[in-house]
Design a protein around this ligand. Sequence first.
Ligand code: ADP
Ligand code: MG
Length: 697
Amino acid sequence: MNNAPESFPELFGSMVFNEDTMKERLSPSCYSHWKKCVSDGTPLEISTANEIAEAMKQWAVEKGATHYTHWFQPMTGVTAEKHDSFISPAEKGRIVLEFSGKELVRGEPDASSFPSGGLRATFEARGYTAWDPTSFAFIKEKSLCIPTIFCSYSGHALDKKTPLLRSMDAVSKQAVRILRLFGDTSVNRVIAQVGAEQEYFLLDKKLYNQREDLIMAGRTLFGAKPPRGQELEDHYFGAIRPRVAAYMQDLDNELWKLGVLSKTKHNEVAPSQHEMAPIYSDANAACDQNQITMEIMKKVADRHGLVCLLHEKPFRGVNGSGKHDNWSLGTDTGKNLFKPGSTPRQNAQFLLFLTAFIKGVDEYQNMLRATVATPGNDHRLGAQEAPPAVVSIFLGSELSDVVDSIIHDTALKGAGKRNLDIGVDVMPPIPQDNTDRNRTSPMAFTGNKFEFRMPGSSLSISGPNIVLNTMMAHELMLFADELEKSEDFDRDVAALIKRELTAHRRIIFDGNGYDESWLAEARLRGLSNFSTAVDALPSYIDEKNIRLFEDHSIYTREEVFARYNIHVENYSATIAIEARTMIDMIRKDILPAVSRYGTALSDGYEKRKSLGFSSKYEEENARGNSLLTDCLHDACMKLEKDLREVPADPEAAMHYCHDVIVPDMNECRSFADELETITDRSAWPFPTYSDLLFSEG
Ligand code: ADP
Ligand code: MG
């Protein structure tokens, strides 16, 4: 990339048209107009847009950009771009570089190829994109990228950003109402804050290119367990190998230029697995930046002869990759609303926000589970390294004790502490960052934020954050409705907190989420356990959830159904791609290879026998080879037959894929993996788990 300063901190944000750049390059009146639009959420006037567009273009051209694109996040979860050049014809065959306010604020991509879930009839294929003036434009690959929302002409949101912005407004509005009740008159806006930790695998590109499953499906569909997996855990936080270190450094540089505050990097539990965590920001920027991060991770890997895998579960039997969504609420005056305070009143406020969160997670546990329901994540949730599919909250013993003492009106454990009477008494100190004390919880309180650990590594974090914001907005709204009528605020706040904590205590669980006994207990507590996406997705269209979204103007009923339809179709489409890839590899790679190998064994056996020797190795292996080859062949035939019979109706197809195709695939895989273990290394047609997992160094 051009003209980028080489050293940090000048490097940071050098490719972003950020606030400082705007201040520097816009007239004072234009700049303050823009600021006002951002703070009040009002539309940009065309004269302001024109001036910003001109300044943006000049800046971008100085940085070497030739094109611009509206950058948006369709409902698929990947980002989309349509590039136009700045070039306009001028007199005498010359060109000028142009970019107007109209082009900045509104674009019209041909939307017909993006999934609409039935929202947009094909005759109305053109949706429009509009600049989100709260996200900064940036330059990527010589293109000025303008973060935009994406809507149909009938006004339906076709993307993931529009509902996220709506949910941020909703939670802000209700949180401010609560703060007013506590006498706070200075806060005008409450901001949903997010830090998304991103896990990923790095593989050698040459090996990757030899595996059709990795290329087509992003994960391995075959692979026997290697002799050494992650048993030793010696990789976790271990020394980073030079090739990986070079990758990480390059990645940091690219992310910093784009204003992504990539902060921590370390190895993860599995071999070849790593993590990047940025410094948190507002939810909108965090979602944009996580999308950029995933893209840059892949691009930079390519430069280093590596491939970055973002799939939730690239290897069976090896830890999958997640994306921990750290979420909190902060005020525009810089206060974190999930930080326990030092005065009784602050603590009452903290406890009220905490109670709203606990109530929200309990009431909308199914919706939260649905936001992370993808076929890829099915391999991860409930497995040994990931949170279980049951949604629960870990508070840590200090805070759980507080909750229990409120519910039971009992003294708080520990020396010298009196009853915790809200409004008059003090809270025990809550240690910050108790993250790693419970890695098994899907939703852990970590001192001043919640860490939602269920999202898979390839997921857009918009979905989970929309639900977190909206459920919180909803609970705060109900609390505010009640408390605004109160004549004795302190008394009624305390009663409300006690009442709701008692009603929703069941969602709090500080124990080991991997324990079998937890699943039984969760059932007794009445918590849901949706172990697959197929079970979880219908929660999207629960009346209760639709009402939640409608009440806060996040999604219309149609918009909810559109998203549900897309997820349902995506499930079957993903399984079908995997199944077809599997068949291809069995027919074109595995069967021919094991057939050749089996023939060689039999020939060898025959030859020896004719000379009067015996050879157990060849005899038994040839027999095993024949047997397993037949089994694999038959299993493949069955998969092929069943794949021809996928029903046309999308919901029926999803169930069919889950009930019929997935078990067929498991069957194929079991025979193929067993064949791998009895086949000559050099005869196996593609790199094995050992080759892949220890390849990055
Ligand atoms: P761990 O791996 O222990 O969970 P990390 O430091 O790797 O911790 O990641 C924590 C993430 O949480 C970072 O992205 C960090 O910026 C983010 N974070 C910290 N404080 C907040 C907060 N108040 N709200 C949202 N995210 C936060
Ligand atoms: Mg974490």
